[in-house]
Write a new protein. Structure first.
Length: 508
C-alpha cells in the first residue's frame, strides 16, 4: 500500500538529516539575531522605538502564516514546499546580511518569517509521512526535538562569536550554507507518498483576515509608545484588529474548508494550552530582548559573554523538561505541572526585577535565569502532550500548528507590548529625575534600567496569569487515567499524533 512506502525507504534516515538541519537553521536564526541586535542597531541607526521590529517582523509573519503554510504543504506537496521555504529563507537572509538601512533589514526579517512559515510545518509533516512505524517515528521525532531544544544554546554562542569576531551581518549570511545543503539533500533523498495531499481549497479570506488582524494588533502596541494608549491612531489600530479577528472567526465558522476549524480551539483543554502558552511567551520574549541590552550596554558584556550568560537558562529548560516534566507527566495531572511551572518561572522573573547598575551575575541574574528555565521546561512538557488532546485525526496537524502560532504571535505581541512599557517608563524616569541628575550619561543608563525592570514586573504578572489559566481551564486527568486521549478511538490517534508536536523553542 502507498502509505507503507516511507517506512521501508532506505533513504529515510538520510532524509532526517536534512530535515533536522533545516530546523536547526530556523532555531539558530532567532537567538543569533537577538545577540546581534545591539550591533545592528548601532550600525544602521535603528531607533530604540523600532529596534523591537527586528524581532517582531519575523515573529509576526511566521506566526500569522503558519496555518497557511501547513495548508500549502498539504495542497502543493510537502517536499516542494520544504525546498521552496529553504530557498526563500536563504534569499531573505542574504538580503538581511546586505541591508544598508533599517527598512531593508526589517523587510528581510519579515520575508524570513514568511518562508519560515512554509518551512516549519512542511518539515514536521515530512517527518510524519516518512516515519510511519511507531518506534522509528518516536526516534526520529526525538532527534528532531533534541535539535529544536538544543539549537537555542548553539545559536546563543554562534551569534556571539560571529558578532564579536566577524560582523553582525554574518548572523544572517550563516543561514545560506545551511539552506543550500538542506535543500540539495532534500531534493536528492526525500521521497513523499503521492497520495498524501489534501485537495481542499485554500481559505484565502481566512489567511488575509488573520494576518491583517494580527499585524494591526501588534502595530497598535508599538504605536502606543509614541502616540499614547488613548491616541486616535492607537485606538484605531486596536479597533481594526478586533474587527478583522472577529471577521476571521465568522468566516471560519462558515467556510467549507476553514484555515482553522473552530472545533480545534473550542475544546477546553486545548484552549487552555494555547492561551497559557501564548501568555507565557508574551512574558518571555520581551525579557530576552531587554536582558540582551542590559548585559551588553549596562554591564559591558561582549556578545560572546552575553550568549554564555543565557546558557544556564537553556540548561534549566532542558532539565525541567526532561528530568521533571517528562518524569512526572504520567503520574500527576497536567495542570499540577503547568501551573507550578509557570509560577516558578514568574519567581525567576521576580528576582530579575531587582537588577540595577552594579548587579552581580552569580548572586542575582544566574538564580533568576535558572528558575525561569526550570519553570518553563516543567510547564511546557505536559503542554505539548495536551496540544492534540482529544483531537480528531484530520485536525491533528492544525492543532499542532496552533501551538507554534500561539508561541510566535505571543512573542510578537510580547516584544511590542513590553518594549512599549519599557520605553514609556524610561522616558518618564528621565524626565522626573533630570533636575537632580549629576550626569546625563548616568541618568540615561539609570532610566534604561528602570524601564527594563518596569517591563519585567508586567512580565511577572503575565506569567502568573498563564499559570492561573492553565490551572483553571485544563481539567484532564493524567495520561492513561481515563482521559479522552486514552479511552477513545479518536483519542488513540490523538495520542499518537501528539508525538508529532514540536518541542517548544522559547529560549530563542
Amino acid at each position: 500500500m502507498p502509505e507503507t512506502v516511507p517506512s521501508v525507504d532506505p533513504r529515510r534516515w538520510k532524509a532526517l538529516i536534512f530535515i533536522a538541519l533545516a530546523q536547526l537553521m530556523v532555531v539558530l536564526d532567532a537567538t543569533i539575531v537577538n545577540i546581534a541586535l545591539p550591533s545592528a542597531q548601532k550600525d544602521l541607526g535603528i531607533t530604540d522605538v523600532n529596534k523591537q521590529w527586528v524581532i517582531t517582523a519575523y515573529a509576526l509573519a511566521f506566526g500569522g502564516l503558519l496555518l497557511f503554510g501547513g495548508r500549502v504543504a498539504d495542497l502543493w506537496g510537502r517536499k516542494r514546499t520544504f525546498i521552496t521555504g529553504l530557498a526563500g529563507f536563504a534569499l531573505a537572509s542574504a538580503l538581511g546580511g546586505a541591508a544598508a538601512n533599517e527598512g531593508v533589514l526589517l523587510g528581510a526579517r519579515a520575508l524570513q518569517g514568511v518562508f519560515g512559515a512554509l518551512l516549519a510545518p512542511s518539515a514536521l509533516s515530512l517527518l510524519a509521512v516518512t516515519f510511519t512505524e511507531a518506534r522509528e517515528r518516536a526516534k526520529a521525532f526525538g532527534i528532531f526535538g533534541a535539535i529544536a531544544g538544543g539549537g537555542g544554546a548553539v545559536g546563543l554562542i554562534l551569534g556571539g562569536v560571529l558578532t564579536q569576531y566577524m560582523n553582525w551581518r554574518w548572523t544572517f549570511f550563516v543561514n545560506i550554507p545551511f539552506a543550500v545543503v538542506a535543500a540539495t539533500g532534500a531534493y536528492l533523498v526525500i521521497r513523499e507518498p503521492a497520495d498524501s495531499r489534501n485537495p481542499s481549497r485554500l481559505d484565502i479570506p481566512g489567511v488575509l483576515l488573520a494576518t491583517l488582524g494580527l499585524v494591526s494588533l501588534v502595530y497598535g502596541f508599538t504605536r502606543a509608545e509614541s502616540d499614547g494608549w488613548l491616541a486616535g491612531p492607537t485606538l484605531g489600530l486596536f479597533a481594526a484588529a478586533a474587527v478583522l479577528l472577529l471577521a476571521f472567526v465568522l468566516v471560519e465558522s462558515k467556510v467549507k474548508a476553514p484555515l482553522l476549524p473552530l472545533r480545534v480551539v473550542a475544546e477546553r483543554n486545548r484552549a487552555g494550552v494555547y492561551a497559557s502558552l501564548g501568555l507565557a511567551v508574551i512574558g518571555m520574549f520581551g525579557l530576552f530582548l531587554f536582558l540582551t541590552y542590559y548585559l551588553q550596554i549596562v554591564k559591558g558584556y561582549t556578545p560572546v559573554e552575553t550568549g554564555l550568560a543565557f546558557l544556564p537558562m537553556v540548561a534549566g529548560m532542558i532539565t525541567g523538561s526532561t528530568q521533571i516534566g517528562a518524569r512526572l507527566m504520567t503520574r500527576i495531572r497536567p495542570r499540577l505541572l503547568m501551573a507550578p511551572g509557570f509560577t516558578v518561572a514568574a519567581t525567576g522573573m521576580l528576582v530579575l526585577t531587582q537588577i540595577d547598575l552594579d548587579t552581580s551575575y552569580p548572586a542575582l541574574i544566574l538564580p533568576g535565569f535558572l528558575l525561569m528555565g526550570l519553570g518553563m521546561g516543567t510547564a511546557f512538557m505536559p503542554a505539548m502532550s495536551l496540544a492534540t488532546y482529544g483531537v480528531q485525526p484530520r485536525d491533528a496537524g492544525v492543532a499542532s500548528a496552533m501551538v507554534n502560532t500561539s508561541q510566535q504571535v505571543g512573542g510578537a505581541i510580547g516584544t511590542a507590548l513590553l518594549n512599549t512599557i519599557a520605553a514609556s517608563a524610561t522616558t518618564a524616569y528621565a524626565t522626573s529625575h533630570a533636575a537632580g541628575a549629576r550626569s546625563r550619561d548616568l541618568l540615561k543608563v539609570q532610566a534604561m534600567v528602570h524601564g527594563y525592570t518596569s517591563a519585567i514586573w508586567w512580565a511577572v504578572g503575565i506569567l502568573l496569569l498563564a499559570g492561573a489559566i492553565a490551572f483553571t481551564l485544563i481539567n484532564t486527568g493524567r495520561p492513561g487515567a481515563g482521559s479522552p486521549a486514552a479511552s477513545s478511538a479518536d483519542g488513540k490517534h490523538a495520542a499518537e499524533d501528539a508525538d508529532e508536536v514540536p518541542v517548544p523553542v522559547l529560549a530563542h
